[in-house]
Design a protein around this ligand. Sequence first.
Ligand code: BTN
Length: 325
Amino acid sequence: MQSEIRKTLLEVFSNANGEYISGQKLSERLGCSRTAVWKHIEGLRNEGYELEAVRKLGYRIISKPDKISSNEIQLGLKTSSLGRNIHFEETVTSTQKIAHHLAYEGAPEGTIVVAEEQTAGRGRLDRVWHSPKHTGVWMSIILRPNIPPYQAPQLTLLAAVGVVQGIQEATGLEADIKWPNDILLNNKKVVGILTELQAEADRINSVIIGIGINVNHTESHFPDFLKNIATSLAIQKGEGIDRARLIQCILVKIEKLYGEYLQHGFKIIKLLWESYAISIGQNIIARTLTGAIEGKALGITDEGVLQLKSLDGTIHHIHSADIEL
Ligand code: BTN
C-alpha cells in the first residue's frame, strides 16, 4: 500500500515535468490527508529524491537518486509480464540464488530480482562476478517457457540480443556479442549473462537468466585483474547512465523477442544474434574444460551450439568454452 502511494506520487511528479504541485492537489490525487502526503514526501527524500517545498506553490521534484528501486523500474515500464513482479534488495549474495528460491516457490513468469550489490555474484564456469554497489545492473529474470531442456541455451542467445538492443535504445552504444553470451564494447566485456535451469529430464520448470551489466563504473571500480578486459557503459559513453531506464529498455526488448520466439521459434533470434556476433567467420581458440581447439567459427546450430572447424577439417560442436579471438 505504502509503495503503491509512493508510486502514484512519483507518477504525478513525473507528469508535472518539474512544475510545482500543491499539497491540496496531491492529497486529492493520492486520496489521503495533507499530513500523510508530507510523510510520503519525507519517505521519498529518505530514498534519495530531492524535493523542493515552497509555501503557496507546493512541491516539485528536483532530482532523482542514483539508486534503483522497484518504483523507478516500474514507473513507465512498457511490458506486460517482464518486471511486473519485482523483488528488489539493496544487498544480496547473488540475485540468481534468490531467483532460484522464488522460482521454486512458484513465482510467476516475468518476475525479476534486482539488487544494488552482490557479495557473491556468480559468473559462468564457477567464476566470481564482481558486483559493486550502486554502479551496475545485477538482475535475474524468471521465465517458464514450455520447451524441452535442450533448447534452453537458445534463451541465453535471445537474452544477449535483447540486452544489446536495450543498451542501444538507452545509450546509443552499439555492442557486439562474443559467443555464447559476452557483450563487448571496444573489445572489452561490459555484460555477462548466466542462464540456469530448474528442470526435469524432459520438462523445464523455470529458466533463470542472470544479467550483469557494468553501467556507471569508473576505472577505479574494477580490480586490477579486470582493468584490461572489462569496461562500463559510462566509460564508453563518457557520461553516467540512468540504470532504471536501461533496465526498462532491456526488459521491453527481451519480452518482445521472447514473444516472437514462443510463437515462431528460434530462426529470427538466430539471425539477429548472428548480426551482432563478432566471432563468426573468424579464426578463434575455444578453451573448453577438456582442452583448447583452434579453428574457424562457422556459426551456431539451431540449438545455439557453436560450430568450429579445426585446422584438420574436423567440425566440433562446442557447448561451453571461453573464446579467444
Ligand atoms: C559471466 O560469467 O559472464 C556471467 C555473469 C553473470 C552475472 C549476473 S549478475 C546478476 C546474476 N546474479 C549472479 O550471481 N550472476 C548473474
